[in-house]
Write a protein that binds this ligand. Structure first.
Ligand code: CAA
Length: 259
């Protein structure tokens, strides 16, 4: 039961590992426990000489529907600052081996951000990406204003974060957010093919490439992430956050008042 939310399979002959997000009833919502288990699994695989490339995936319907709204709904800004949930993400960011996201269905909010924390994204034609936090009275808190800007450009990042609109796999490909789109029955095997190609290369060279590209992409990112994180936690001081998340749970339209 230790890793109930992350199912890990190592394919020894290919030197790859598949980590499956496993909260299907909650659409794989990324609660604190799941993210801790994901971090611990990735850190362990990073130190495992038998594995050279990891794949994070969900199921055919959903990669993940974002952070767990039910777990956050009642929290205040001080709770959020104390929990500081995104330090888990910092550890994942420091994983040295390459990580591929294999996405089918929804990848929303924190899940879209988790995809962007990965190094490459393979999507099925049913994949949908989005940053819908605005609809529940908050904002992205794990890179959705920072990495998204770098991935798709300012106008598209603004639109996605301000309207919460989901984009299709085709749009995500055209925006440069993802690497490829394949029929739904092939998204995992295609990611495995890519992982195997990478696993056959020099692991030290692969590690140096990952480090170099991330360094180039993130030179000014840490500042942006710090600001984003503070703002995200700060929004838990607003009534609109309570209203937005309660409305989601109660399955009604939110009434935002600007306080
Ligand atoms: N957190 C907690 N529970 C969630 C959830 C989430 N993010 N997303 C879905 N669920 C739950 C639903 O509450 C529902 O549970 P019940 O059966 O107990 O009611 C169950 O999963 C199935 O969901 P739906 O009935 O809503 O399924 P649907 O097919 O009608 O809609 C969906 C699917 C469009 C993904 C919709 O569930 C949805 O909009 N989810 C929320 C998406 C979202 O806002 N994500 C951002 C979260 S905040 C965040 O991620 C912050 C950050 O930057 C880290």
């Amino acid at each position: 039961m230790e890793n109930q939310f992350i199912l890990t399979e190592i394919i020894a002959e290919d030197k790859i590992a598949i980590l499956r997000l496993n909260r299907p009833k909650e659409l794989n919502a990324l609660n604190l426990e799941l993210m801790s288990q994901l971090r611990d699994s990735l850190v362990a695989l990073d130190a495992n000489d038998e594995v050279r490339c990891m794949i994070i995936t969900g199921n055919e319907r959903v990669f993940a529907a974002g952070a767990d709204i039910k777990q956050m709904a009642g929290k205040g800004a001080i709770d959020m600052l104390k929990i500081d949930q995104f330090t888990t993400w910092d550890t994942i960011r420091r994983v040295k081996k390459p990580i591929i996201a294999a996405v089918s269905g929804y990848a929303l909010g924190g899940a879209c951000e988790l995809c962007m924390l990965c190094d490459m994204i393979v999507a099925s034609e049913t994949a949908q990406f989005g940053q819908p936090e605005i609809k529940i009275g908050v904002m992205p808190g794990a890179g959705g204003t920072q990495r998204l800007l770098r991935a798709v450009g300012k106008a598209r990042a603004m639109e996605m974060a301000m309207t919460g609109r989901f984009i299709t796999a085709t749009e995500a490909y055209d925006y440069g957010l993802i690497n490829k789109i394949v029929p739904v029955e092939l998204y995992l095997s295609e990611a495995m093919k890519m992982a195997k190609t990478i696993a056959d290369m020099s692991p030290l060279a692969i590690q140096a490439i990952k480090e170099s590209i991330n360094e180039a992409a993130e030179t000014f990112l840490q500042e942006g992430l710090r600001l984003e994180r503070k703002n995200f936690y700060m929004l838990f001081a607003t009534e609109d956050q309570k209203e937005g998340m309660s409305a989601f749970i109660e399955k009604r339209k939110p009434n935002f008042k600007g306080c």
